[in-house]
Design a protein around this ligand. Sequence first.
Ligand SMILES: [Zn+2]
Length: 522
Amino acid sequence: MNVAALALWTVLGVVGGPRPKLVVVITVDQLRPDYLDRYRRQLIGGLGMLLRDGAVFTDAYQDHAITETAPGHATVLSGRWPTHTGIIRNSAGVQDSTAALLEVKGPGASPVRFKGSAFFDWLRAAEPGARALSVSRKDRAAILPIGRAKEQVYWYVGGRFTTSRYYADTLPAWVRAFNAQRVPAREAGAVWSLLLPAEEYPEPDSESYENGGSDFTFPHRLTSDTARAVDSLVDLPTMDSLTLAFALAGVRSLGLGGGGRGATDLLAVGLSTTDAIGHRFGPDSREIHDQVLRVDRYLGWFLGQLSVRYGPSGFLVVLTADHGVTPFPEYSRTHGHPEARRVDLDSVVDTANAAVDARVGGSTAWMRLESGMLLLPQWSALVAAGLNVDSVRTSLAAAFRAVPGVARVDRPDALLRADTAADPIARRWSHVLAPGDDVALVVTLKPYSLWAPPMVGTSHGQPSDIDTHVPLIFWGKGVRAGVHARRVAIVDVAPTLASLLDVAPADSVDGRPLTEVIAPSH
Ligand SMILES: [Zn+2]
C-alpha cells in the first residue's frame, strides 16, 4: 500500500485509526457515586458495563461551590471552573428572552453567558466536518456542554423536544416526526412500580417526609389528564428513557459518526430524572434506588444500540454528574447528624435592608442572598450616600454566624487569598468567585444542612463533599480500563478527551489530562 493510500485508510479509520466515530458524554443530573456502590450487584445494564470495563475514578469532584445544574454542566466539557465559564449559578445560566423557543411556549434560552470555548470547538478546529448533537430534558443541560456552538441542541418543554432561535429558525423533520408520536401524552395514567421484587430494596418505602407528605409509596401513578401528564412526566423514570430514544433518533437521522467523512462527532446527553426524584424522595429512598436501576437498564439498551451501529470499539463514552445531593434533614437527624436542619437567613437580610433604608432613605432591596452569596449590587451608591458599607458587612456576617446550621461566613477577597490546598471550602468558592463581583459575603452551611425555602424536599448547592462528589467513568475506544482512587476533578474531562483525540484546547483550561485513561497503543 503506498503512502497516499495508507493516509486515506487512516483517515477513514480502517487501519487502527485512533479516533472514535462518536464521543458520547452522558451527564446524569444529581447522580451520587455511592449509588453505584450500593446497588452494584443489581447494575446489570449500561452502568454495570461501564463500571466493569471502563476507567473508573472513585474520588472525582465538581470541585466548586454553588453545586447547581448549570455550573456543573458548563464544567463538564469546557475544562474550566465556573469563574472562567461565567456560569456560576442556575439563576444566571441560559435564560435569554431574545432566543425564543420553536413551536412551544416557554422561557427562551441560549449560551450567551457562557465564556470561551468548549471541547466541541476544539474538535471542530481540528476536524471541520465534526458535528454535535446535545439532548436533555432541561435547557441548561442540553445547551452548556457544547458551549456556544450553534449545533443540534434540543430540550423538552410541555410534551415536545424543541430548541431556540439561537440555534435554528425551524425544527428539522426528524424532531417533528419524533414529537408527532406524542409519546408523553400517551403516558398519561401510566404507573411507576418497582423494577425488582420489593425484597430487593432495603430502603423503607413509607417515609412521610418524602414528596411533601403525599404519594410517597409505590406504585406512583402519572395523572390521566393528558395536558398535565406531559409536564409531570419529567418527574418519572420514563423521561430519561424518552430522552435516550430521542438522542438515538437524532444519531440515526443525522448520520452522526457516519463512515467516510473521517470526522469524529459529539453526542451529549443529559438525563434529568435522577435529580427530580432525588429532590422529592432523597438519596436514601426506595424511589432513587429504583430510578438508578432503571437508568442502568435504559443505558444498557442505548449503548447496545450504539454498539450495533458503530461496533463495540467505534465509540467512546464518558459518564459523570453535575452535582450530588444532601440527604433529607429528617433522615440525617436520625442517622448520626442530629444537628441537620433547614436554614433561612431571609429575615436577617430583611432587617439589614430596613436598617440601611433608615440611614439612606427610601425602601430598597439593597442586598439579597442568592445561592449562598450576599449580593450588594449598589455598593458604590451606598458608599456615595455616606454609608459605611464595610461595617454593614461585618455586622451581617456576625448575624449570619449566629444562626444554627451556618458553618462559616467569608469575605470573597479573603477566600481568593486563602490556602486553597488546605481549605477545600475556600478552594471551591474561589472556583466560582471573581475579583470585582458584587458579592459582599459568602455563606457556607454545615454538612447535612440545607437552604430553606423550600421547606419540603432536599437539595444540593453546597461546597460540601456530599454535594461535590460525583462519578466519573471513561469507556471505549482508546480507553484503558481500571479503577483509580486518586482525587480528580470534572474539569479534567475535557483535557482528557482532547488528549484521547489528539486535539488542542483553544483556551487555557483549569483541568489536566487524566493520562492513566489513555491506552498505551494510543
Ligand atoms: Zn437539582
